[in-house]
Design a protein around this ligand. Sequence first.
Ligand code: FMN
Length: 412
Amino acid sequence: MKVFEKLVFPNGSEIPNRIAKAAMEENMADLNHAPSEELMRLYQAWADGGVGLIITGNVMVDRRAMTGPGGVVLEDEQHLESFKRWAQISRSKGAQAWLQINHPGRQMQSNLGQETWAPSAIALDLGKMSDRFNTPIEMNQAMIQEVIDRFANTARLGEKAGFTGVEIHAAHGYLLSQFLSPLSNKRQDQWGGSLENRARILIEIVKAVRAVVADTFTVAVKLNSADFQRGGFSAEDAQQVVQMLNGLAVDLVELSGGSYEAPAMQGQARDGRTLAREAYFLEFAQEIRKVAKMPVMVTGGIRRIQVAEQVIESGVDMVGIATALAIEPNLPHQWQQGQNTAPELKPIHWKNKTLASLANMATVKFQLRKLSLGKRPNPKVSPAWALILQQAAMARRTRLYKNRMRHYSAAC
Ligand SMILES: Cc1cc2nc3c(=O)[nH]c(=O)nc-3n(C[C@H](O)[C@H](O)[C@H](O)COP(=O)(O)O)c2cc1C
């Protein structure tokens, strides 16, 4: 069974099977933005479950730029001991553990009270919910350099904490994905315009990260196979970016798709294309596979062993799984033992796609919360109820975050 064969990365490191726990933002950091006890318990469940690779939920490179309140931040050595434990737990049963590192750019809620940076001063278009996000400030050269340095710094600290790699998040409409897309990047300098220019920040970050970590440390990139928006980052663009990454000692490219504006990663692209199959981006991944020199992973919609096998047999090297592993962390062991477990949530058929996407995220986070408390997940939970609970938790964490940031600014 190919899914349970080991994979060797270009840097020579190995993983025991082809299943990765894909990144899921947990919003479970402690008040210092460090991994909490809940997070440790959650990652123990995934380590015990038998995945070959654990990619953390996105970890911020700057505490002023958060994808959400309660997010983990790694920007200095103050709480490195907690990160060491997190890495150790994640690796305790033989999986590799990578930190996913990220900057939200314009996808940061305005109620966090921070300045919003982006390639261009173009606000998110989320219909009635657009006012939850600031119109961003166009980043200047110094801001761009600061972000590049911060990604490298977080990767360096991640290696010091004992993680075996990092995944640079350049997908889902966050900052690097904003630079890549001609819809959110209207710059006329060396960071905008041609694809080469739009990809420059990603390339510079990969180089900066590589320069500060060991050769044996794994460096991966999560990339959109497309934005699923007319005039956005296209499948052809994705192929060309992978070709640019080919020469840069990148050990894996993970393919996903979409953004807050078009949440294709949840199977909800506005054009409906990704809904066609269970592994949403498989066709794209097969095209990328043809040009990629590094292993390729596809994430989105995979929850059955037959589909995971089909993906691997099609030549794609790894499967990334998020939702199904939030419902059943023991999935790899169950599959290996011949069980046909196929975890699934209640489908959400709401008209408002933005709200449906939020409810989907909330329903998955509900499962993460259960696991973090040592309890069994409940995939049958009502999405509306999960959304209400999630909104209440976010409001509380937002208050805590703002309080904390007031103290932080006063101390600086
Ligand atoms: C609750 C939740 C949080 C997520 N957080 C992240 C994240 O931090 N970084 C990321 O790259 N993707 C994130 N994703 C997207 C997943 O990694 C994955 O691409 C997506 O859920 C599709 O895979 P699935 O169908 O197996 O869930 C998140 C998804 C969910 C449901």
